[in-house]
Design a protein around this ligand. Structure first.
Ligand SMILES: Cc1cc2nc3c(=O)[nH]c(=O)nc-3n(C[C@H](O)[C@H](O)[C@H](O)COP(=O)(O)OP(=O)(O)OC[C@H]3O[C@@H](n4cnc5c(N)ncnc54)[C@H](O)[C@@H]3O)c2cc1C
Length: 407
């Protein structure tokens, strides 16, 4: 006898669950409060949908229990996820640095294929239908859902799957409104904080470089204590910095918000030795020397911040000034004034405690007729396909667990 399963949320996690469970023979209804499926999925990877990453491993995620996450990722590593997506009609490729995209490079195509597959598998789609709340059915066994949508105001199911996402980008659907209900049901929910967003800082003269991009190592410090670091491309914005190189650190500002934080940019990286050599032997102005390393617009600003004149000859620099210049360019400090909010951050840290959920079947260890998948859980990855990997992987594992109940 197939089980009646209700899924709340048609993001990647909910759709992956619904498809895997329906193909295993279960009767699945998917409730989505937006008028269409996969609204957030549509904008991922700037519309190209960065689905996974070959460097997926528990250590790169922010999760209070990495050993829990390691079991999930071991059960659904990138090769297994990509093979499943391929079987659903979503073949993919990886860039040389391991970021995985669909062959179509179109998030729109991914959503369209998933919707077609869901319909073919017989999943009942209830869009524009918000699940306001849910409660255990009278007499136990299953759930009653209270709905706000075009059809009946309530529904019943044997098993409930929470795939309602986190709190980031609420205009695309995930607003965190069900977290209090999960707390009432006995689950621990770490308060969500925005992650993968801009970091705001007092830029000083650097503000003149608004719009300029740098490849840099970024670090966040509380005093001299290193809280975290990241490497990658960043862009200077009016209020601070954005782009993958800083987004991976933005949650640290929320987590350590009460402390005085500074952001350090290492603009030299492996080129540091080359600059040191140049300072010892180049026969040109400082401006000309730095133009070998930075865009022309950046050179006068960087020298101004170091208190040096662009036309000064390299040979006129004393040892102390040379060392200060190199140090400044490899540890350019800015006072942090804040970070992005839920409106402009891609994910959240926090959510339902993972140790209250089975790491492979995603069943609640507190309520056996409940499963939780995707960003509703306390798992957040950096930029690069890690969040979609977890959303798809947890959904598929939970859906397959119905076909193989021994899991
Ligand atoms: C701009 C942007 C770009 C991103 N790019 C990438 C990327 O390239 N690669 C990557 O790995 N990650 C990316 N992410 C993160 C990724 O999109 C999310 O981590 C992922 O979508 C989470 O999947 P989910 O299914 O758990 O939740 P969501 O995708 O948030 O889906 C949850 C769904 O549940 C619905 N819902 C919520 N509550 C209810 C309710 N009460 N009743 C009915 N429906 C409800 C919501 O409307 C929503 O559709 C990006 C995020 C953003 C905002």
């Amino acid at each position: 006898m197939p089980m009646k399963i209700a899924v709340i949320g048609a993001g990647p996690a909910g759709m992956a669950f619904a498809l895997a469970a329906a193909r295993g023979g279960e009767t699945v209804t998917l409730y989505e409060q937006k008028e269409a499926l996969g609204r957030k999925l549509l904008v991922t990877g700037s519309g190209r949908c960065n689905l996974s990453n070959h460097a997926v491993s528990a250590g790169v995620y922010t999760c209070p229990d990495p050993s829990w996450l390691a079991q999930t990722l071991e059960a659904m590593p990138p090769e297994a996820l990509l093979a499943t997506l391929d079987g659903w009609g979503i073949p993919s490729f990886a860039t040389p640095d391991g970021w995985v995209y669909p062959l179509s490079e179109s998030a729109g195509a991914v959503v369209a294929i998933l919707e077609e597959q869901l319909r073919n598998a017989g999943v009942i789609l209830r869009v524009a239908t918000r699940v306001k709340r849910f409660e255990r059915s009278r007499g136990g066994g299953g759930w009653k859902l209270h709905l706000d949508g075009p059809d009946a105001p309530s529904a019943a199911c044997d098993h409930l799957v929470l795939a309602s996402g986190g709190r980031a980008y609420p205009r695309l659907g995930s607003d965190g409104a069900l977290f209090p209900l999960l707390r009432e049901l006995g689950h621990t929910v770490r308060p969500p904080l925005p992650a993968l967003g801009p970091i705001y800082a007092e830029l000083g003269a650097f503000a003149a470089l608004k719009g300029q991009r740098f490849d840099a190592r970024t670090a966040i410090y509380a005093g001299e204590e290193l809280l975290g670091s990241s490497e990658g491309n960043l862009i200077v914005i009016a209020e601070g910095f954005n782009g993958p190189g800083v987004m991976n650190l933005s949650h640290l500002v929320g987590v350590h918000g009460s402390q005085a934080l500074s952001l350090s940019l290492d603009l030299l990286g492996t080129r540091r030795k080359r600059l040191e050599q140049g300072l010892m032997s180049a026969r040109c102005s400082l401006g000309a020397l730095l133009s070998m390393f930075f865009a022309p617009k950046a050179v006068p600003v960087l020298l101004q911040m170091a208190g040096l004149q662009p036309h000064k000859h390299v040979g006129q620099l004393n040892m102390r000034e040379g060392m200060a210049l190199v140090k400044g360019l490899s540890d350019l400090r800015f006072k942090v004034s804040g970070a992005g909010n839920f409106e402009n951050s891609q994910v959240k840290v926090g959510g339902v405690a993972v140790n209250e959920v089975h790491p492979v079947t995603m069943r609640s260890l507190k309520l056996p007729e409940l499963s939780l998948v995707g960003e509703v859980l306390d798992v957040a990855g950096p930029c690069g396909g890690y969040n979609l990997h977890f959303a798809f992987a947890s959904g598929i594992l939970a859906g397959k667990a119905f076909a193989a109940p021994g899991l």
